[in-house]
Design a protein around this ligand. Structure first.
Ligand SMILES: C[S@@+](CC[C@H](N)C(=O)[O-])C[C@H]1O[C@@H](n2cnc3c(N)ncnc32)[C@H](O)[C@@H]1O
Length: 261
């Protein structure tokens, strides 16, 4: 109601007795209809808070989740002064934007397969004043880092190695996606959820490719489903990484940190 009327939470409480025009009440009613069929409040108002910052959503972006804030904490902690971050599958750009907003010395590259998601990420980077330190690249995982075809572009030939590689990839098994809560299944884009037959396909690609893009002492940090710790640890172990699993605030396995040996 506050969003439809343009009222802050305080105004909602203090302007209680005001008569609202028919146009505004029909706007509220329309939003209530959307909520009743399972669309989240964040999607209806078009933004969601993450790491204390507001992120604009569009139809191609996942709604950022609070569990993912752990990845931001870990990246901020591990990035050296002037460090470079790579975020694979950036969606709204929430991870690199939150990191850069808290680390004025750092820079980042963020990728996504979806051009529409990258458009949202670009807007969010500008909104939070970090656009000059965030490069956005479209493509399939590490394929996004390949040089553009055709004549050289500005910035090409730059160092393509990173101190920290983060990713919150799609990690739900294809068959499970259809059984998710309607708020997720019907409104979060399938490309952001579906991790292939066993939910691990993106981790295989990231574990196999990350070594070629990490600086000495660098780390890969990937968000996982609460029950994927052993499998994702095994994938990174087989690719030559030493791993540890970190828990979120609910005590659930949430991030695998992989140190390059
Ligand atoms: C779970 S969402 C995470 C989005 C955002 N990082 C966050 O934490 O809210 C996964 C993202 O990976 C992107 N994605 C899916 N397949 C991809 C691929 N093959 N290459 C690059 N990005 C991909 C999706 O478009 C989506 O934005």
């Amino acid at each position: 109601v506050g969003h439809a009327l343009g009222f802050s939470a305080l105004e909602l409480a203090t302007r209680e007795g005001e008569i609202v025009s028919g146009l505004l009440t029909s706007r509220v009613a329309e939003m209530m209809e959307r909520r009743l069929i399972g669309e989240s409040v964040a999607r209806i108002i078009g933004e969601r808070e993450f790491y204390g910052l507001a992120f604009t959503l569009n139809g191609a972006t996942l709604e950022p989740r609070p569990e993912t804030e752990l990845l931001v904490d870990l990246a901020i902690e591990h990035l050296p002064m002037g460090g470079r971050l790579l975020d694979l599958g950036t969606g709204t750009g929430c991870i690199p934007v939150a990191v850069l907003a808290n680390r004025a010395d750092a820079s980042a590259v963020a990728t996504d397969l979806s051009a529409a998601a990258l458009a949202a990420a670009s807007g969010n980077a500008g909104r939070h004043g970090v656009g000059g330190r965030l490069e956005l690249r479209q493509g399939d995982w590490f394929g996004a880092l390949a040089p553009h075809p055709g004549p050289p572009h500005e910035g090409e030939g730059e160092d393509r190695t990173f101190d920290v590689i983060v990713s919150n990839p799609p990690y739900i098994a294809s068959a499970v996606v259809d059984g998710l809560a309607p708020e997720v299944r019907d409104f979060d884009p399938r490309l952001a959820l579906d991790g292939g037959a066993d939910g691990l396909a993106p981790y295989r690609v990231i574990a196999a490719g990350a070594g070629g893009y990490l600086r000495p002492g660098g780390q890969v940090m990937v968000e996982i489903g609460y029950d994927q710790g052993a499998q994702v640890t095994a994938l990174f172990g087989a690719a030559g990484f030493r791993t540890e699993v970190r828990q979120d605030l609910n005590g659930l396995d949430r991030v695998v940190c992989a140190h390059h040996l």
